[in-house]
Ligand binder design. Structure first.
Ligand SMILES: [Zn+2]
Length: 355
């Protein structure tokens, strides 16, 4: 879920290909982890295969072709109706309304970027579909039936709330430099969001590190993973047998831990072998790369802060801002540096030189 726009290219093409909209480079893979029963978030997707696409906007972009994985077929949906299913899948419905609105605008921005940039081929796993419901690939979505079974007697309350979040932000998208942004988000940053360059080695001017207070209330703000010293050594050696490490004083083999300013581990050396923070996250199934080690008896305890890659909007941080009286625009402008919130129609008019 990556796309980024370059203003210069935009200006050039905006004058040549009309009507056009540019959204750039949709990374194909969003690694997604589940958080609790409802939160889905982007974990550590890459920025491979970034493409620049300039194509005409479809005549009716309010209808989106969604490949529904559970039904194994493409379903035409009204864009705003589709977004209700996305917000329901991507954020806990008991979150504040303004946080849900921020999520709705992020989801709309992502959906339209897929729809407008690739002319009906937005989902490269499912040709002919703009987007799919595979949370590991495009964007999570749940049907009304799933909402009913998930929410039980709270269905009406939650459904109405999410419909309101979508309706109240109808047509609004997040724009940087006159192009749709890649609105990445995660559950819990750990107190400070991460600069995209530290995670994906690509610079996104709107994905910079910002403070994210108020997340501590999240149940998974801090988590631990405990393994025996033997298991720790085995897993490290399963990644690279060259690691010179033994169960005796196992933490003594860990050296040179390098962290980002936000606290995520960039790299570390274990038994003479360099690992990335992501290597260790994958090896021990950690919720984030913000981790440290301690011993409890002969067990290794890995203490983890946050949940997800930490880039872009923090969902729990968004909820904390909403509880603090901030609205969805405040939230989006806080987490996405230098962006504007505008109607998609106005963005298209801008591209068409009519604004
Ligand atoms: Zn897809």
């Amino acid at each position: 879920m990556k796309h980024i726009a370059y203003g210069v290219i935009l200006i050039v093409f905006a004058t040549i290909l009309l009507p056009t909209v540019i959204v750039i480079g949709l990374a194909p893979a969003r690694s997604v982890v589940s958080h609790g029963s409802t939160v889905r978030l982007i974990n550590s997707g890459g920025l491979k295969d970034i493409k620049t696409n300039v194509e005409e906007a479809p005549a009716d972009y309010n209808t989106i072709n969604v490949f529904v994985v559970d039904e194994d077929k493409n379903v035409k949906m009204n864009l705003e109706d589709y977004l209700v299913g996305v917000v329901a899948a991507e954020m806990p419905a008991d979150f504040e309304l303004e946080a849900l609105k921020a999520q709705a605008v992020a989801a709309r921005t992502y959906a339209l970027s897929k729809e407008l940039s690739l002319g009906g081929k937005g989902c490269n796993l499912h040709p002919g579909s703009d987007i799919c419901t595979d949370s590991k690939h495009c964007q999570a979505w749940i049907s009304d039936d799933v909402m009913k079974s998930r929410w039980g007697d709270k269905y009406n309350l939650y459904h109405d709330k999410i419909v309101k979040a979508v309706n109240d932000t109808k047509g609004l998208v997040i724009v940087y430099n006159d192009a749709l942004i890649d609105p990445v988000y995660h559950a819990i940053s750990g107190g400070e969001t991460e600069d995209a360059i530290n995670v994906w080695k690509e610079n996104f001017p709107y994905l910079k590190s910002v403070p994210s207070p108020g997340e501590e209330v999240a149940q998974k703000f801090k988590t631990t993973v405990t393994v025996s010293s033997e298991e720790f050594v085995n897993r490290i050696k399963s990644k690279t047998p060259k690691a010179n490490i033994s169960t005796k004083n196992v933490l003594g083999y860990i050296k040179n831990v390098k962290r980002t300013e936000a606290g995520h581990v960039l790299s570390l050396n274990i038994g003479g072998v360099d690992f990335t923070g992501t290597d260790i996250q994958d090896l021990f199934q950690l919720n984030s790369t913000n981790f440290s080690f301690s011993m409890k008896g002969s067990n290794v305890v890995i203490n983890v802060i946050g949940y997800g890659h930490g880039v872009g909007m923090s969902q729990y941080g968004a909820n904390a801002m909403a509880e603090d009286g901030k609205n969805f625009e405040d939230i989006l402008k806080h987490y996405y540096t230098g962006v504007e919130i505008m109607k998609i129609d106005n963005l298209l008019k801008l591209k068409n030189g009519k604004a």
